[in-house]
Ligand binder design. Structure first.
Ligand code: C5P
Length: 397
């Protein structure tokens, strides 16, 4: 993918250097355009060296008929402007083109464009800037909301440059095809915790990485996505439509059932604890006994309950086993009335960034995928889901 990064003269410009470094490491083809004012804050040499790429500033540097603004806007698959000052935003919103960056923005006619406003909060809140941003949205720009926090001017407010991870995710959002558009997707992730007292619980090793990757990818593919997550140490992916935190299996069941009717696809990736302590002590249990036995009761099997309702939903389960992987998974698929089961070796995948899985479907299809990054695995899972949706709803939805 060819990314053209436009840099204007926000104080957050130093954060764009890290963005360039991240994009380079991911292997994207990169070119950069700076406004003349941006070069007063940071030398183009920094961007060029960190990005190992050319930096363009002057629209009149036409060489052998190579006209910078038309060539660059034709070259790029995606245009990202970060940081974008109020002035650059105003110029683009009104079609002005008085430097190479605004010229490129005017000449770029694809839908894949992201802009990252960063400025003082009063400038951001000014109705003129807000109106300009609405114009950009109406013209197909994905406008990222600045974060609230401490600003360079010493004020506290909305205007900060967001995390570069959010900008990277925005690039995926504007460049991926949207086969899940119009579909509501529910993803569960992480472990559940079953408390025996306020400070102790039983749980499992699930990190939530696979579930978070599934939610991210479902969003990139255009779905309306709700992620229900057990306790994990990950930040929720950006752009989700709904994010719900739960602790126990009972809570997870309640939150899933509340939304079930409204969903088209349910991906139960959570490692729901099968048992919970039979009693809960409101105060911390004292250690005055020599030995302690814990009595457990079965938790509800959420997915099995969904399988009994089924309706026309697509149900996807995960099968984390340590042996007889496929045999157990085919059985689970039947027993829980599922459309898809994703099988993995939990000893190798829990907590890891990568996974190797086998995807089984009700129709008897079997696809081995990986070892890949969990985001790539998530893509293959949704590829299978999209095929099922296409078969049941036709191509035209
Ligand atoms: O039966 P097993 O626990 O191996 O099945 C795993 C699948 O069932 C996963 O998709 C998991 O999210 C779901 N599950 C559930 N409720 C439980 C246990 C597992 O929904 N109590």
């Amino acid at each position: 993918m060819r990314i053209l990064l436009g840099v204007s003269s926000g104080i957050a410009i130093y954060k764009a250097v890290d963005l360039v470094s991240r994009l380079r490491k991911k292997g994207y083809e990169l070119k950069i355009v700076m406004t003349p004012n941006a070069t007063k804050l940071l030398s183009p040499v920094v961007f060029s060296s960190v990005g190992n790429c050319p930096v363009f500033i002057d629209p009149f540097e036409v060489k052998d008929g190579w006209i910078p603004h038309t060539e660059l806007s034709r070259w790029a698959d995606v245009l990202v402007i970060a940081p974008a000052t109020a002035d650059t935003i105003a110029k683009i919103a009104t079609g002005r083109a008085d430097n190479l960056l605004t010229l490129v923005a005017l000449a770029f006619n694809r839908a894949s464009k992201v802009i990252v406003p960063t400025m003082n909060d009063r400038m951001y809140g000014n109705p003129i800037t807000q109106r300009n941003l609405i114009t950009l949205k109406d013209n197909g720009w994905l406008v990222l909301e600045p974060e609230e926090g401490f600003l360079a001017c010493g004020d506290w407010g909305k205007g900060r440059y967001p995390d570069n991870e959010v900008i990277e995710e925005a690039i995926h959002m504007v460049t991926w095809e949207k086969p899940l558009k119009g579909y509501k997707i529910l993803v569960t992730a992480g472990p559940t915790r079953e408390h025996l007292d306020p400070v102790r619980f039983i749980s499992n090793v699930s990190s939530g990485k696979m579930g978070y990757a599934l939610a991210k990818v479902a969003k990139r593919l255009g779905g309306h996505v709700c992620l229900i997550s057990g306790p994990v140490s990950l930040s929720p992916p950006p752009f989700l439509d709904e994010f719900v935190k739960v602790i126990s299996a009972e809570e997870m069941k309640r939150e899933v059932l509340k939304r079930y009717e409204n969903m088209d696809v349910i991906v139960m990736n959570a490692a729901v604890a099968d048992y919970r302590p039979s009693t809960y002590s409101k105060s911390k249990i004292k250690k005055d006994m020599e030995s302690f036995s814990l009595s457990l009761v079965r938790n509800p099997d959420i997915l099995k309950e969904l399988g009994k309702k089924k309706d026309n939903k697509v149900l996807v389960g995960f099968s984390a086993e340590t042996e007889n992987f496929e045999e157990n998974a085919w059985e689970k698929l039947k027993e829980k009335n599922l459309d898809v089961v994703v099988v993995n070796d939990v000893r190798r995948t829990a907590g890891s960034d990568t996974a190797e899985v086998v995807i089984l479907t009700k129709e008897g299809d079997k696809k081995r995928v990986g070892p890949y990054d969990k985001e790539v695995i998530a893509f293959h899972v949704f590829d299978t889901v999209v095929n099922i949706l296409r078969r049941s709803h036709g191509e035209d939805r």
